[in-house]
Design a protein around this ligand. Structure first.
Ligand SMILES: [Zn+2]
Length: 325
């Protein structure tokens, strides 16, 4: 689903209509956390063999507040991540190389991929295996504005497609493409209806999974949990940390529900939607910012994820305690 706004309040019905009309899943509204509908889905013949042995349960486990709807998950180990940095990333504020470096670190080796946090995703699978819990930045490119600064979904599709057809990025149906925009770029619905979204679409002849994540410094009141993050270069420049949070949300969902037909509950909530803008216990960094994860030499403030085991709940690490906020 689209990453819902953190603080702005919009009618859920409107959001759902928007999503259905656009065939994508956007991050949901912060205050909406639908009670998990326990609609049981038959788990195949029960003999699926996980390609990557999950730490808990089998490839398809139901009854934990989220339903399996029959579609595939991404099982790469790691799942390759591709980034298109769109707009002006040599600007001011958080539109800088420092943000590029931070997010590269976050998605690089020995960081988010393989972390106890990402391993929550291993509780999801399909009839041929589990999610590996590992992902890693594979390649990134820069597009300073081939489609202008006022985007809509068709323009994002065109910009991604251009990278595939030119060969600048591989055409990889098993990867996730993150389209990250600088804060001077608008996208229809961004900051007014959602903070990010993911979808799948045939591009260059392949089923490509892509997500839009805008620089949330465009709308800190709606899409940032705090205006100064643990990695902010200056007070009030929280865009990079805010984008990290949305990236976790959309990448989890793009892996567990890549074609929008695998894992979501009866209300349409995917795994990250069920913990949207819920962080669990936090600590305070030297600059006063809150954080709840530490790896790769940084503190991070990232929403929890729904664990599909032990009855289901939001946690910060696989097998850790569940928290409601
Ligand atoms: Zn979502």
């Amino acid at each position: 689903m689209a990453a819902p706004l953190g603080k702005l309040k919009f009618g859920l019905a409107f959001v759902l209509v928007f999503l259905v009309a656009n065939g994508l899943f956007a991050q949901k509204l912060r205050e909406h956390n639908a009670g998990p509908g326990e609609k049981m889905v038959p788990a195949g013949d029960g003999h699926a063999v996980p390609a990557q042995a999950g730490p808990i349960g089998q490839a398809v486990v139901t009854g934990n507040g989220i339903n399996y709807n029959g579609g595939p998950v991404l099982k790469g180990n790691p799942v390759p991540i591709y980034i298109i940095w769109y707009g002006n990333w040599n600007g001011t504020g958080s539109n800088t190389q420092a943000t590029v470096n931070l997010i590269d670190t976050f998605l690089g080796a020995n960081a988010l991929g393989g972390s106890g946090y990402e391993r929550i995703n291993t509780t999801y699978g399909d009839t041929t295996g589990n999610v590996s819990g590992n992902l890693q930045l594979s390649k990134q490119v820069f597009d300073t504005g081939s489609q202008g600064t006022r985007l809509r979904n068709s323009r994002i599709s065109a910009a991604i497609s251009a990278q595939l057809t030119s060969g600048a990025l591989p055409t990889d149906p098993n990867g996730v493409y993150l389209f990250l925009t600088s804060s001077n770029v608008s996208e229809s619905g961004f900051c007014t209806q959602f903070c990010g979204f993911h979808t799948s679409q045939t591009l260059n002849g392949a089923d490509i999974k892509w997500a839009f994540i805008g620089n949330v410094d465009r709308c800190p009141s709606g899409c940032e949990i705090q205006t100064t993050g643990p990695n902010s270069p200056a007070a009030g420049v929280g865009g990079a940390d805010g984008m990290v949070n949305v990236i976790t949300h959309e990448s989890e969902e793009a892996i567990t529900d890549p074609d929008l037909n695998a894992w979501f509950d009866s209300a349409g909530n995917e795994d990250a939607d069920k913990c949207n803008f819920k962080f669990g216990p936090t600590q305070t960094a030297a600059n006063g910012a809150r954080f709840n994860q530490t790896f790769a030499g940084h503190n991070w403030m990232m929403q929890m994820e729904w664990e599909n085991s032990r009855g289901g709940g939001c946690d910060q690490t696989l097998g850790g305690p569940f928290f409601t906020n």
